[in-house]
Design a protein around this ligand. Structure first.
Ligand code: PGA
Length: 226
């Protein structure tokens, strides 16, 4: 049986400095083996200011890691002080996270703003990982990935159960042609149980992605999933 393509998306959030990022890649490289990764897309969503460093380190170690951003401006180029446009990001990343619940809650991002962000990213052909905090969330068109991340499961050590996540995946896949990801307290011990599910194509670990050893273990365990 051919294995489905899997996606492991590390979301570093607002963590790590340049020294720690150098060490992260050095350690990851020391563990990395080509064989295990074949059917897995590995993505790291680094803070904006370290995307360039992460890109250099990926090249230095010839790692098959793709980069993602954690946010994007809802505007194009212009007088938008402090914003990072999709055009700028396209130089560094293949992916962008939009609509993470931390941004919805702490930065008041609403459906209208999120829709603009999706449009800007889509114009630059950046693949969109659209986070939904619950199964009632409406997903805009042009989204490539839906990341189901129940708010209560984020950073709490209490993940949803794989059966429920699979059910949510099934219901979104009925409506949209998308890749379905689960996030919320994913770790090396539970990743396989999520990826074993038919409607779950990948995982979005936050905390567990900060440690390159644990991140690598997650990739190994994900490779054992159906
Ligand atoms: P967590 O975060 O793995 O630390 O729960 C996941 C996320 O917020 O993307």
């Amino acid at each position: 049986m051919t294995q489905k393509k899997k996606f492991i998306i590390g979301n570093w959030k607002s963590n790590l400095n340049s020294g720690e990022i150098n060490l992260w890649f050095e350690t990851f490289y020391s563990k990395y083996s080509h064989k295990l990764y074949a059917s897995t897309e590995i993505i790291i969503c680094a803070p904006f200011v370290y995307l360039s460093l992460a890109k250099k380190l990926i090249d230095k170690y010839s790692l098959p890691i793709k980069l993602g951003a954690q946010n994007v401006s809802p505007f194009g180029s212009g007088a938008y002080t402090g914003e990072i446009s999709a055009l700028m990001l396209a130089e560094f990343v293949d992916y962008v996270i939009i609509g993470h619940s931390e941004r919805r809650q702490k930065f008041a991002e609403n459906e209208k703003i999120l829709k603009e962000k999706v449009e800007r990213a889509s114009e630059q052909k950046i693949k969109i990982i659209y986070c939904i905090p619950d199964e009632k969330t409406i997903v805009p068109d042009r989204v490539d990935f839906i990341a189901y991340e129940p708010v209560w499961a984020i950073g709490t050590g209490k993940s949803d159960n794989p059966e429920n996540a699979d059910r949510v995946g099934f219901s979104y896949k009925q409506k949209k042609n998308c890749i379905f990801i689960y996030g919320g307290s994913v770790n090396a011990d539970n990743i396989q149980s999520f990826l074993n599910k038919k409607n779950i194509d990948g995982a979005l670990p936050g905390k567990a992605s900060l440690d390159p050893g644990i991140f690598w273990e997650m990739i190994i365990n994900a490779s054992k999933a159906n």
